[in-house]
Design a protein. Structure first.
Length: 465
């Protein structure tokens, strides 16, 4: 391919990225998210200067960026005024207009609570990634709605708070400090990224408050704290599955890896993949740091090709996804693409399009991965669309907390229940048990990008069977 053509492709990739990210965020009305606007620009002064009080809500304010329906706005005002019957009517009406909004369902269930309740809080990155936040909240909202509709936790309803940590470690720590001092909070679902989980985890550990992350995969989280658990498999499992697929199934031995040296998750997945490929008898001939100011997608692909690489492994995180997608465009399907779970987004389908077809990603769950499970059907009925692995693993984290609360509804009781070798419950992705390390012993699902109509982009993720 000529340098001129490569420049054109890179320009197209940049244009697509700017058009989708900078244009006000059109999120898909399916399992990836809802259509929202962008009132607080991530990273802006307004977003960074939010007070802690503005970042946490049990229904008295909405944290979802963008336009809010009049019905939802009135419901939030009603909860703030303690007019709960009016709030119930307003949130019910709001859900009819937008049944795919988990924040509204959580606030509706909170408004129905009149007396004693057990409280948990979700720590999500609304300010920097509202799409991922909504995916996570769908799982939590479904579990809350399910338990409260069936009588609560041994007769006691579950109350859910939402905290916006912006996926920033310092803010996640501030939120953790606030939650550990609130004796009503008995558990936390989150944070999202490994960096935020490791930072906030020190606070949750000292405050003896359990946090279960549904999405943090860094190997550094294993044995990090007695109070930090996760329902998602670690990067060790994902890397091993990808390396095995590359060497044994694809019969390819030479790869290069793209990663972000500033991300704990990305570093972890990269290192585990390099080790796993070596153990399988292959090699990683180069590593490209997406966070470097002088990173060039075109030059890196050219170098990989000259070194005889057969595979491009994208261990990108959310912050470097745009650069990884430039690599996808430049590659033009010449070398095989592998990727980690942060690349599993609607943006990858929308921007990658035909050039991403055939890419294989390691995720913890796919809606069509287990045909015996009733979770896909129930989630489709509730949300009117498919949900992602983040929703499923967040559902599992909430179910684990609910099960622990049934056994002993205190902070220490929740920790002891989850850490017990006898602990077991069933979630969206099968049996939930935790190892002594806080990890969940669960397999990884490989998925492939194929042409399809489910996502609304013309492309879909489907299980590799």
């Amino acid at each position: 391919m000529s340098q001129k053509n490569e420049t054109k492709i890179l320009a197209l990739a940049l244009l697509l990225t700017v058009g989708i990210v900078g244009g006000g965020a059109w999120w898909f009305t399916n399992g990836f998210g809802v259509k929202i606007g962008n009132t607080i620009v991530p990273g802006s002064e307004a977003g960074n200067n939010l007070s802690l009080q503005d970042r946490i809500s049990f229904g008295e304010k909405t944290l979802t960026p963008g336009a809010v329906s009049a019905e939802k706005k009135e419901g939030v005002q009603a909860i703030a005024a303690k007019s709960y019957d009016r709030a119930i009517a307003n949130f019910t009406a709001a859900l009819k207009l937008n049944p795919n909004d988990p924040e509204t369902l959580i606030f509706l269930n909170n408004a129905r609570i009149r007396s004693k309740s057990y409280t948990i809080v979700a720590s999500v990155p609304f300010g920097t990634d509202p799409n991922i936040s909504l995916e996570i909240l769908r799982g939590i909202a479904q579990a809350q709605n399910q338990v409260n509709s069936s009588g609560g936790v041994k007769g006691v309803p579950l109350r859910v708070g939402i905290a916006n940590d912006d996926d920033k470690p310092e803010i996640a720590k501030q939120i953790a400090s606030s939650l550990v001092t609130n004796s009503e909070v008995l558990g936390v679902v989150g944070p999202n990224t490994s960096d935020s989980t490791l930072a906030a985890g020190t606070i949750y550990n000292s405050g003896q408050l359990v946090a279960i992350s549904p999405t943090s995969t860094s190997v550094k989280i294993s044995n990090f704290s007695r109070y930090v658990f996760r329902t998602v498999p670690s990067d060790f499992m994902a890397a091993r599955s990808l390396a095995n697929y590359m060497v044994r199934t694809l019969q390819k031995k030479n790869a290069v890896v793209y990663f972000n040296s500033q991300s704990n998750y990305s570093q972890s997945l990269k290192s585990e993949f390099v080790s796993s490929v070596s153990l399988e008898g292959g090699q990683v001939s180069s590593e490209f740091d997406l966070s470097k100011a002088d990173f060039s997608a075109a030059k890196s692909v050219e170098q990989a090709t000259k070194q005889g690489a057969e595979v491009l492994m994208l261990a990108a995180n959310t912050q470097t996804l745009d650069k990884a997608l430039q690599v996808v465009q430049i590659n033009q399907k010449r070398l095989t693409l592998l990727a980690g779970d942060d690349v599993y987004t609607a943006k990858t389908l929308e921007i990658g399009r035909e050039q991403a077809v055939g890419m294989v990603l390691a995720v913890s769950w796919h809606i069509d991965g287990d045909r015996k499970s009733d979770f896909p059907q129930k989630s489709r009925q509730l949300w009117g669309a498919d949900v992602s692995w983040r929703s499923a693993l967040s559902y599992d984290a909430t179910v684990a907390l609910i099960t622990a609360l049934k056994l002993n509804p205190t902070r220490s009781g929740v920790q002891q229940a989850l850490a017990s070798s006898d602990f077991s419950t069933t979630g969206a992705s099968g049996t939930i048990r935790f190892l002594a390390s806080g990890d969940r012993n669960a397999p990884v699902q490989l998925v492939k990008i194929v042409p399809g109509s489910r996502s609304g982009t013309g492309y879909d993720f489907e299980p590799v069977r």
